[in-house]
Design a protein around this ligand. Structure first.
Ligand SMILES: Cc1cc2nc3c(=O)[nH]c(=O)nc-3n(C[C@H](O)[C@H](O)[C@H](O)COP(=O)(O)OP(=O)(O)OC[C@H]3O[C@@H](n4cnc5c(N)ncnc54)[C@H](O)[C@@H]3O)c2cc1C
Length: 503
């Protein structure tokens, strides 16, 4: 195969370009921004101000395509998860991990540093070229309109020249601001109505200078939408800088971007005494700066029978998520890997419906991430799911997760047994299929909370008393996720160990 074009040099675009380099003679990445000469935020990725944490599965895929990138990030100052104490706090208590939770190392850095490391690697791959300050403005199609054969471009500086670039494959990785729907409309194609999560979420991040002598801590303070308690995340990145994020959904009252109000709002998080004490040792550096998202959108391009050949899409342009769950990069990485596996299979058994089938496989990979983040966000008053597709099992799943979380905290703090906690972590990290979490023997185990409110609510939602019928009932309520789990994930599971926590 000859030439592939990737639209956008965000994280999805960079991973995709690297993957495509194994299959195409020439890969060209078109980016509307100029790249900074050192790790810095760019205008085209407004979210880059906010800290980005990559889930282990995403980090593993990046490590596969960019061997050694985690170590390189750490050499450049990113914080290794091996040197980090993990603190999880929610309405049921607080846990502090005693030792490294896994043998798999993840680097915590700014988004700018992560992009920098991946971009430098890409710039050294001979069959990849990066064209900057150039915007993609449309798709070129064959006469019968069945195939995309290239793109229209426009320079963003100088003479603002317009041009055309032929390609055998065009992959849109242009993120939330993607114009793909407009381009498909222009071709006269009917784009299915997307799923929309009207999430009205607010993010606010403040950065602090942190002395090297202060131990590295990653603090996850969960939200409690019922009581209107926000989530807070504290993480350290390179250059002795730490970021603190405040988050809530539902649009009621966004986290403040005023320094005094922001500091005041910290006092209402779970384990606020610990967080406030930590903050007292730090020197404010930048922010707080906000980020608002009214809707998360999941497209259903795979349903288009007239989807043109030579065109694919991934990352935020295909489906975007509430960022508090930290799934975006990992889903984009899984999608890039899915395209790679499909291209590999295509070499041996060419599939005339290649693009649509790839979109379908990517959609199956998106499924648990979309469902899990929607289940979590729909706990906030004012958040709604819309579009032609039903989101199954939300109310039941919320009650299940609630009791599970309570039991996980109890077991970890009272019995030093972290397996439930670890199971939840693996599912949220998109490693463990939800079917392994929502299953009869797990349900049996958690329905053992001395008739607590959470247990009563879950039993009522379950509506069967006989444990022999639990699995059948769960199969009816919880969506069936068709996931591909390969050797790499099994390997990852082996390297991850349950964290060891103190109450
Ligand atoms: C506040 C916030 C915090 C987040 N935190 C996390 C986190 O902790 N962990 C995580 O996994 N995910 C996080 N995400 C999500 C994450 O940013 C994205 O999911 C991830 O970067 C993949 O995005 P992408 O590459 O598809 O798009 P982007 O990263 O947005 O990149 C798109 C690129 O395309 C370029 N572009 C756009 N249009 C054109 C065009 N027409 N022509 C040429 N170039 C174009 C843009 O300039 C940009 O470089 C967060 C998101 C937000 C909003």
């Amino acid at each position: 195969m000859k030439k592939a074009v990737v639209i956008g040099a965000g994280i999805a675009g960079l991973i995709t370009a690297r993957m495509l380099a194994d299959y195409y003679e020439e890969v060209c990445v078109i980016e509307r921004d100029e790249f900074p000469s050192e790790p810095n935020n760019r205008q085209g990725v407004p979210q880059s101000f906010h800290p980005h944490r990559v889930q282990p599965r995403g980090a593993l895929i990046m490590e596969h395509y960019f061997p050694g990138c985690n170590d390189e990030l750490i050499e450049l100052g990113a914080i290794s998860s091996h040197d980090e104490k993990l603190i999880v706090t929610n309405k049921y208590g607080t846990l502090v991990n005693k030792e490294d939770p896994s043998s798999f190392k993840i680097a915590s850095s700014s988004r700018a540093l992560l992009e920098w490391v991946l971009r430098k690697r890409i710039q050294n791959i001979p069959n990849i070229s990066l064209l900057t300050s150039m915007e993609v403005t449309g798709l070129i199609v064959s006469e019968d309109q069945h195939a995309v054969t290239g793109i229209y471009t426009k320079e963003r500086s100088g003479e603002k020249r317009e041009d055309q670039l032929p390609a055998d494959m065009v992959i849109d990785a242009s993120g939330r601001s993607s114009k793909l729907i407009r381009w498909l409309d222009k071709l006269g194609l009917n784009v299915p109505e997307p799923e929309v999560l009207k999430v009205s979420l607010g993010y606010s991040t403040r950065y602090y200078k942190i002395k090297s002598s202060i131990p590295n801590e990653f603090v996850m303070s969960d939200s409690d939408p019922e009581q209107g308690i926000r989530a807070g995340i504290f993480m350290r990145i390179e250059d002795d800088i730490a970021g603190l994020i405040l988050f809530n959904a539902g649009g009621d009252e966004y986290p403040s971007t005023q320094p005094e109000e922001f500091q005041e709002q910290l006092k209402h998080l779970f384990a606020s005494d610990k967080i406030v004490k930590l903050m007292e040792q730090l020197e404010p550096l930048q922010g707080p700066r906000g980020y608002r998202i009214s809707e998360s959108i999941r497209q259903h391009f795979e349903l288009m029978e007239d989807w043109p050949s030579g065109l694919l899409v991934l990352g935020d342009a295909f489906c975007n998520f509430d960022p508090i769950h930290g799934q975006g990069i990992t889903v984009a990485a899984i999608e890039a890997e899915t395209i790679g596996k499909s291209l590999e299979a295509q070499r041996l058994h060419p599939d005339p419906q290649f693009e649509r089938n790839v979109l379908l496989r990517m959609q199956q990979a998106i499924d648990p991430a979309w469902w899990l983040s929607s289940v979590a966000d729909l706990r906030w008053r004012g958040v709604e799911h819309g579009g032609p597709y039903e989101l199954k099992g939300v109310d039941f799943a919320q009650k299940y997760i609630n009791l599970f979380t309570k039991q996980a905290m109890k077991k970890a703090t009272q019995e030093q047994d972290n397996h439930l906690f670890f199971m939840q972590f693996l599912m949220n990290a998109l490693i463990l299929p939800p079917s392994e979490y929502f299953k009869a023997d797990v349900l049996n185990m958690i329905l053992n909370d001395n008739g607590s409110e959470e247990e009563i609510e879950l039993r009522a939602a379950l509506s069967v008393q006989d444990p022999d019928l639990y699995q059948q009932k769960l199969n009816e309520i919880i969506p069936l996720f068709q996931l591909e789990y390969d050797e790499e994930i099994k390997k990852l599971l082996e390297t991850l160990q349950p964290a060891s926590f103190n109450g």
